[in-house]
Design a protein around this ligand. Structure first.
Ligand SMILES: [Fe+2]
Length: 364
């Protein structure tokens, strides 16, 4: 067995303040990568600026990361970061800024190369060091080496071909408090999907399963709070912890069919990532159960569901109906079936009919 996870992770209240000296160890000038609003509202941006300032460090800010960031945005930021002569990159936010920070850190160190090299298995200079500060509990990007960008050339989201592990991750669940209930639910479902897809995965071994099992137990302990939209400090802390476990788990295995199928919904219909993944999650467990019933039952039991119907009804309730046309289903299934990389994490043979059934919803 093998497990590799080189990111130094701290998780505690006032984490940024507590570990500001470790930021100073990474260089003299930071490139802060974030979105327009949320890092200002939840206090994370102020915390980072005050930590850097107290260490006498310089910084530049790029705050134009959009939802599902594009390769174009990454290239724009990388050019600015290189011109500003930054030593390392700090991603603050949800999956979008954190994923973008990794790709930006890579492209800053690869001047003269175009965006396409991110998707080619080619030799590149190593990325600048990356620090991640999550302000949502969903993506796990604060721990994974993955950077998923919108690649308009192929009209979907896709993980870049180069792995960039964050050097340092500073986790403080306090930043979750200002998110909307809707966003908290969608990101929580993303976490759930990571935990499940890693457990039910071709690459699964007992290392990643240990993370998944603990994460699923924690997720299960707050599932009724999520249903009631009752988000206390304790619930936020548990969601963040489960999210971190999900990141650790998929760092080893990658995700599986729900993630692979979700990207087209996000690209074409603008469905938020966690909600898009949730369209496929219960049916994925159902499909897996036809070949590996014990593993599927274990997952259900860890979350605290007695059967597959309960999981499906629960996800229907918290996510609502997502209308997917028959044409889009067919296009999605065709795209997956022609992509060996997307199929390889599902350990059994797959038919077109099975993949169509993994789509929970039809047209309204
Ligand atoms: Fe995800």
């Amino acid at each position: 067995m093998k497990f590799y996870l080189p990111t130094l992770v701290y998780s505690e209240k006032h984490c940024v303040e507590n570990h500001k000296k470790e930021l100073a160890d990474l260089g003299e000038k930071a490139f802060i990568v974030t979105g327009k609003h949320s890092s200002k509202v939840n206090g994370s941006l102020d915390d980072v600026i005050s930590a850097l300032s107290s260490q006498g460090m310089k910084y530049a800010i790029f705050n134009e990361i959009e939802e599902n960031p594009s390769t174009e945005t990454v290239m724009k930021a990388a050019n600015l970061g290189r011109a500003a002569e930054v030593d390392f990159v700090i991603g603050i936010g949800g999956g979008s800024p954190m994923d973008a920070a990794k790709a930006i850190a890579l492209m800053i160190n690869n001047p003269g190369r175009d965006a396409d090299v991110m998707y080619e298995k080619c030799e590149l200079h190593d990325a600048l060091p990356v620090v991640e500060i999550p302000t949502t509990a969903g993506t796990g990007s604060e721990i994974t080496p993955y950077s998923i960008l919108t690649y308009h050339k192929i009209k979907t989201k896709k993980s870049i071909a180069h792995l960039v592990f964050p050097k340092l991750t500073l986790v403080d669940a306090t930043y979750l408090k200002t998110a909307s209930a809707e966003n908290t639910i969608y990101t929580a479902v993303d976490t759930l999907a990571h935990l499940v897809e890693s457990y039910l995965n071709t690459n699964s071994n007992s290392f990643n399963r240990t993370f998944s099992m603990r994460g699923l137990e924690i997720w299960g302990s707050v599932k009724d709070d999520i249903r009631r939209k009752k988000f206390s400090e304790d619930v936020y802390e548990k969601l963040m912890e489960a999210c971190n476990y999900g990141g650790m788990a998929i760092t080893h295995t990658g995700t599986s069919l729900p993630h692979g199928l979700s990207y087209m919904l996000t690209y074409n219909l603008g469905v938020p990532h966690g909600r898009a993944v949730g369209v496929f999650l219960a049916r994925y467990v159902r499909l897996f159960a036809t070949h590996g019933p014990e593993d599927a039952r274990k997952v259900l039991n860890l979350i605290g569901f007695d059967n597959l119907d309960e999981l499906e009804e629960y996800l229907d309730f918290i996510l609502g109906h997502v209308s997917v046309s028959d044409d889009m289903k067919k296009a999605n299934v065709d795209a997956i079936l022609s992509n060996a990389a997307k199929l390889k994490n599902y350990p059994f043979e797959l038919t077109e009919d099975e993949l169509l059934k993994v789509h929970r919803y039809g047209e309204e």
